[in-house]
Structure formats: C-alpha cells, structure tokens
Design a binder for this molecule. Structure first.
Ligand code: ADP
Ligand code: NI
Length: 203
C-alpha cells in the first residue's frame, strides 16, 4: 500500500513541475487525469494507490518538457526513490507511466489494469469539451490556423481531430473508459459538425 502522504507529495510535485507550461501539460491536466483515473480504477476494481500515483507522475518525463529523462523516466523514478516507495509498487507505477504515451504505445495493450486506467484517463482528457479546449489552446500556442478546408496536412487544429481525437474512443482499454469516451466522442462529433456548418455559412 502506497501511503496517502506520498500521493499528496506527488500532487505538490506536479503543481511545482508544471508551473508556467503552455504545451497542454499544465498541472490541471495532471489533476484531471488523476481524478478520472481514480474514478476508472474504482469502477474497474484496479489498485487505486498505484493508479493515483502513476496519474500524478504520468507527464513529468514528457518529451516536450523533459527530453533528457523521457527514455528512463528519470523524474518519476527519482520521486519514487526519494519517497521510499517499495520496489514492486514502484515498478507497477513506472509501467503505467510508460504505457500512457500515445505516440510510444499507441497500439499495444496495457500490461495491467492499473496501466489501462491511467492511459484511458489521459486519452479521455484529450476528448469531450476539455479536449476541444485543449486542442485549440495547443494550436493557438503554436500560431496554427483553426481550419483550412483546402488542406489535409497536420498544421490546423481541425485536422488534429481527424488525425487523433476521433480515434481515441476506439482505443480505450477499459469498459469504464469506453463508457466515458462514448459521451465525450459524441460531444466532439457534435462540435465538429456545428463548426463545419458555421464555417460554410449554413448555420
Ligand atoms: P499526450 O499527452 O497524449 O502525449 P500530446 O502531448 O500530444 O498528448 O497533446 C497534449 C494536448 O494537446 C492534447 O489535448 C492534444 O489533443 C493536444 N494536441 C497535440 N497535438 C496537437 C495538434 N497538432 N493540434 C491541436 N492539438 C494538439
Ligand atoms: Ni497527459
């Protein structure tokens, strides 16, 4: 059992780590993923302590923020060592963190129920109303166009919906994740339909 104080320390660690980030990996993203992942863990009967800690640490070695530690998950591993988390529990947490990544682990099945809960939670935060907001915030931060009907290259935010966001519902690993994704995906599709109709002056 991972003590509740370690979870609290991880929360504080995330807040400090993500201060001033504009890549869509702010501390609030981590808090949302934590809350969602714990909810999924309850619904699925996964270990809540491992899921909570992995969710709180899931982005501290992200390639955009800490490229030098991404491969070995150096920041997460150091946190677990510093807080005396037992080896088997640390291994479970690090496996879940490693398996979150969309790009690195896209097709592969998660190796545990705990991994599956954290990964589904991270993906859920990219869809639904929050997902729409994050996508346009990300595009805006990079000076990208909202949409360009003459192009299908990956430089507009609407194109990101087709390249990634609309695929996420089908990539959920847990039943609880699938239920949540179903609602969020419907919202995403409704948004897209409305956006394109407004774009064309139909509404
Ligand atoms: P992950 O945490 O799954 O690795 P990313 O780091 O790729 O996700 O993205 C973080 C957030 O930014 C997500 O909400 C994602 O949808 C959004 N995002 C990533 N790439 C783009 C893009 N090209 N256009 C718009 N939004 C993007
Ligand atoms: Ni994330």
């Amino acid at each position: 059992m991972i003590g509740p104080h370690v979870i609290e320390e991880a929360r504080a660690h995330a807040v400090a780590f993500f201060a001033d980030d504009a890549t869509g990996h702010d501390a609030w993203h981590t808090m949302r993923v934590h809350n969602l992942a714990v909810r999924l863990a309850r619904e699925e009967g996964a270990r809540e302590d491992v899921v909570a800690l992995a969710a709180l640490l899931h982005d501290v070695d992200d390639a955009k923020l800490s490229p030098e530690t991404t491969e070995g998950l150096g920041n997460a591993a150091a946190f677990l060592r510093r807080h005396g988390v037992a080896d088997d529990e640390a291994r479970a947490v690090l496996a879940a963190v490693r398996e979150v990544s969309f790009s690195k682990n896209g097709g592969a099945a998660p190796s545990s129920l705990e991994s599956a809960c954290v990964r589904d939670a991270d993906r859920l935060d990219a869809i639904g109303a929050i997902g729409v907001a994050r996508a346009f915030a990300y595009g805006g931060a990079r000076g990208r166009a909202l949409h360009d009907p003459t192009s299908t290259d990956a430089t507009t935010t609407i194109q990101h919906f087709y390249d990634k966001l609309l695929l996420l519902e089908g990539m959920m690993a847990t039943d609880a994740g699938r239920r949540a994704a179903h609602r969020r995906d419907a919202y995403l599709r409704g948004f897209l339909e409305e956006f394109l109709a407004e774009w064309d002056g139909e509404r």
